[in-house]
Design a binder for this molecule. Structure first.
Ligand SMILES: [Zn+2]
Length: 345
């Protein structure tokens, strides 16, 4: 019975159009954000610009760690609209246990992206101070992913997939399908990186701004759907959605680059401006948090927008086969029972 329910639930989720990938932006935008942030650091840190190449691809690793590390997903979002109305985000502590006490909510519910960034800022600064540049670059590249995620507005709202407003699937429509199709890297215009006196306050400000934009994006999805007579699989829908949100996407990706290069610059200044060595070819793929690898997903795996519930096609096949075997076993024992009764007669 459990198997049957699992198949039914999985089928219902697939039919409901759960996003095919829970990557904020398509993977390519994460790579662009890391790469262009590396080039955007100030002149006095210019030797770090050579790091932009080996640090680009690791921009997608954190999404791949989710598979093996159950604690990874909450680092990719923060949903302030789960807090009571009037809650002042500016009062939040940069210390995670203290902040969780203030918010009185489980980390996997609300997400902890700002604190994951703070944790890695400390590690990056320390590693630069100790001239452990591989570790510094690994932590810094991982920061890039979480900064990118927080700039994707639907990573900052509890209604992240439109599930509360009958807009299911909006997450991947915006960040994957639409952005992949329309986004042009030439429209990225980052501002110069700056030293951040108070990185945590800055991160919270970026998040609050992103959360405001989430409402605009959800409204735009509704309007685009109406324009396309309810058909969200049409060119009309996607063109209208891009007309309504393209500027937001361009400015958020540009700002993610400004923000990230500012964080890297801040870590380097706080580390005492250590000399930067020549860059290396590539970085290790292992998680900076737990050491898990980046085993590729099975093609066809589906995860929800929080990225925590893999629903593999293989799972469905296994449960289907088990269900079939159960039916055969039950069927044959009923058959044997009938035959035995007939034999008695
Ligand atoms: Zn992510």
């Amino acid at each position: 019975m459990a198997g049957r329910w699992r198949i039914l639930i999985a089928a219902a989720l697939l039919a409901a159009g759960v996003p095919a990938a829970a990557w904020a932006w398509a993977g390519v935008q994460h790579i662009q954000i890391n790469k262009l942030a590396g080039r955007n650091v100030p002149d006095e840190m210019q030797d770090f610009r050579n790091f932009s190449r080996p640090m680009a691809l690791p921009g997608i690793f954190p999404d791949l760690w989710k598979e093996a590390d159950p604690d990874e997903s909450p680092r990719h979002y923060f949903e302030p609209d789960r807090l009571p109305a009037g809650f002042d985000l500016k009062q939040l502590s940069p210390d995670l246990p203290t902040a969780l006490g203030q918010m009185n909510i489980a980390p996997e519910i609300i997400g902890i992206a700002p604190w994951a960034i703070m944790d890695l800022m400390a590690k990056t600064t320390e590693a630069m101070r100790e001239t452990n540049w591989v570790w510094a670059a690994q932590c810094a590249a991982t920061i890039g992913h979480y900064v990118g995620d927080l700039h994707m507005p639907l990573h900052t709202t509890r209604n992240y997939n439109g599930q509360e407003t009958w807009q299911h699937g909006v997450h991947s429509r915006v960040e994957s399908e639409m952005t992949k199709y329309f986004f042009d890297v030439n429209s990225i215009q980052p501002e110069p990186a700056v030293y951040l006196e108070d990185p945590f306050s800055a991160i919270i400000e970026w998040t609050a701004h992103s959360a405001e934009l989430a409402r605009t994006i959800l409204r735009a999805d509704d309007m685009a759907k109406r324009t396309a007579n309810g058909r969200i699989d049409t060119e009309t829908y996607y063109h209208t959605l891009w007309d309504l949100t393209g500027d937001i996407i361009n400015s958020q990706i540009s700002h993610a680059i400004t923000a990230l290069s500012s964080l890297w610059y801040t870590a380097w200044v706080n580390a005492g401006r250590p000399p930067i060595p020549p860059a290396f070819d590539e970085l290790p793929t292992l998680s900076v948090h737990s050491g898990v690898g980046i085993d590729p997903r099975t093609p066809g795996d589906r995860i929800d927008a929080h990225g925590s519930q893999p629903i593999s096609r293989y799972n469905i096949i296994i449960w289907s086969v088990m269900g079939f075997i159960c039916l055969v076993v039950i069927g044959s024992s009923i058959h044997r029972g009938i035959q035995a009764r007939r034999a008695k007669k």
